[in-house]
Ligand binder design. Sequence first.
Ligand code: HEC
Length: 94
Amino acid sequence: MKRVFFLPLVAMTLGVFAAPAFADTDDEIQAKKQLFEQNCAACHSLTVATNQNLNRADWNWVLDDMEDYGLTWLTDEQREQIVDYLVANHGYGE
Ligand code: HEC
């Protein structure tokens, strides 16, 4: 009989711990925003980017352009985080 009560408990516990894998925490969102603000204002106003509404492929294309213009200091991970932020906040999907 015990097992009947135990299984839902395991499922609920897994649900709680699995949740962060699917959604960014507030800290992660804040960190991505900061990366964007710190790196994308070096050459022009942030509104140059925030005026846009692009999907992930187009944001990646913009980042390629920015690298040609001289944005050479981002790690691959930082670049991905900035693109994530832009797609989520200034985009219309993947
Ligand atoms: C090394 C300098 C530099 C940095 C850093 C930089 N940009 Fe740019 N960006 C430019 C230049 C130069 C232009 C204007 C190009 C033109 O005249 O068409 C531009 C233009 C843009 C445009 C307008 C569309 C286009 O492709 O011309 C967008 C959007 C943009 N930048 C986004 C970003 C984002 C997002 C970041 C941060 C990841 C960033 N920029 C960082 C140099 C930079």
